[in-house]
Design a protein around this ligand. Structure first.
Ligand SMILES: [Zn+2]
Length: 316
């Protein structure tokens, strides 16, 4: 990433145990490779028990907050605009409905739902339209404002993980594209559990270390973006962490997200700028959705994620 070096970060102690399954059989893995959304040189460990790969030592929360403020702060409006398009653009909305909402609706159709890390609220708005009673929590003030004003989500509020209620409140908690960013995912999972009612459901997706992309590209995968992404879970590691956090049963669906595959390839070909312009072309949406469908069918045939997995973890 331009303009930042690993020296800007301070670190927690090196972990001696896997943060997913708890095993002490850790092996050092490749260092993070520099790219447009990754700071090179972070050290990573691989768990020989479950295969999860994670940044170790972890940057501490204070230096991570500084990083997000400096490197995302200037781009708030672009983030909000992109997030709103998932709801306002019919093609993107249909694709997101299929990838994100349909797997939830197959398991639960109503109740009190919290979208934690909701961005500008595209998922919360779609869940509301299906009849859920929705709340949202989001760190970025510009996204909170857009969710309230543009999508009419008056219950979206600003906050971080400390804003999760400590008593059973929700039937469903949704975390889209979030847990790979969290410094202590086991602790976070326990906080989510405390906020769920008995029988509650946590829907959480993550970029999978079992995926074809991770296996093909490893530390060169576009999704290997430290310090944004700090953990690359395998399914077995994720299930072990869920059990440690007190979730009795877990099941999985696959998610394709063609966008990051495309980004990986075009960056390697030096076509990132052309791609960024093309992506704003209306024709792009149908191409994006077609590629998504292709990746989804490949991954479903092999029962192996192209990129992401969605975990549904239940209490009781
Ligand atoms: Zn492990």
């Amino acid at each position: 990433m331009q303009g930042i070096s690993i020296d800007a970060f301070s670190f927690a102690d090196i972990a001696g145990n896997c943060l997913a399954c708890g095993s002490d059989a850790l092996q050092s893995w490749d260092d993070t490779v520099e790219h447009e959304l990754a700071v090179g040189g972070f050290r990573n460990s691989k768990c020989l028990g479950c295969g999860t790969v994670f940044t170790n030592p972890r940057p501490d929360r204070k230096s991570l907050s500084g990083f997000y403020e400096t490197f995302e702060g200037h781009d708030d409006q672009a983030f909000v605009k992109a997030s709103l398009r998932y709801y306002s653009d019919p093609g993107r909305r249909a694709a997101r409905h299929k990838d994100y909402l349909a797997p939830l609706l197959a398991r639960k159709q109503s109740g009190r739902l919290l979208d934690f890390g909701c961005g500008a609220g595209w998922f919360a708005a779609m869940a509301r339209d299906e009849g859920f009673e929705v709340d949202g929590i989001e760190q970025m003030p510009a996204a909170v404002e857009a969710a309230q004003k543009e999508l009419g989500l008056s219950t979206v509020r600003q906050g971080d993980e400390d804003a999760l209620p400590e008593t059973p409140t929700y039937d469903v908690i949704v975390c889209n594209n979030l847990i790979e960013h969290v410094t202590d995912p086991l602790d976070f999972a326990r906080k989510v559990r405390a906020s769920l009612k008995p029988g509650g459901l946590w829907m959480v997706n993550f970029p999978s270390a079992d995926s074809a992309m991770f296996k093909s590209f490893g530390a060169h995968s576009y999704y290997f973006m430290t310090p944004y992404h700090l953990t690359h879970f395998t399914r077995s590691g994720f299930s072990a962490m869920m059990a440690r956090a007190g979730f009795q049963n877990t099941e999985y669906d696959l998610q394709s997200e063609a966008f990051y595959w495309m980004k990986g390839f075009v960056s390697k070909l030096g076509l990132a700028d052309a791609y960024a312009r093309w992506r704003n072309d209306p024709d792009f949406v149908s191409f994006d959705i077609a590629l998504d469908g292709l990746l989804a069918s490949i991954s479903l045939d092999g029962d192996q994620p192209a990129l992401n997995e969605i975990c549904f973890a239940k209490l009781g």
